[in-house]
Design a protein around this ligand. Structure first.
Ligand code: ZN
Ligand code: ZN
Length: 95
């Protein structure tokens, strides 16, 4: 009589979620700091990836010169400011 592999597997209860899984599938998870079933790890990873990554507003600043009077100033590319040259009031065009 052959013993099938599945019936030979030891099944234990997960101490994190209470589900029963094969003992050899348990892993020591560094977050839970204990042996948990593969589903716990999967759920933890899914939660991790679902966390919205706060988009950091890029504040790109570039030193530029007024094309009319050659006055040098810092132009904020993300805000599009200043709109006009602080010196001669000439409308700034950034390529
Ligand atoms: Zn579990
Ligand atoms: Zn100017």
């Amino acid at each position: 009589m052959a013993i099938t592999e599945s019936s030979n597997k030891i099944r234990i209860k997960c101490r994190q979620c209470g589900r029963v899984a094969a003992a050899d599938e348990f892993v020591i998870d560094y977050v839970y700091k204990k042996a948990v079933c593969p589903l716990c790890v999967k759920e933890r990873l899914e939660k991790q990836y679902k966390q919205p990554v706060a988009p950091e507003a890029p504040t790109e600043k570039r030193k530029t010169r007024c094309s009319k009077c050659n006055f040098e100033f810092v132009y904020n590319l993300s805000k599009g400011t200043p709109v006009r040259c602080p010196y001669c009031n000439f409308t700034i065009k950034i390529n």
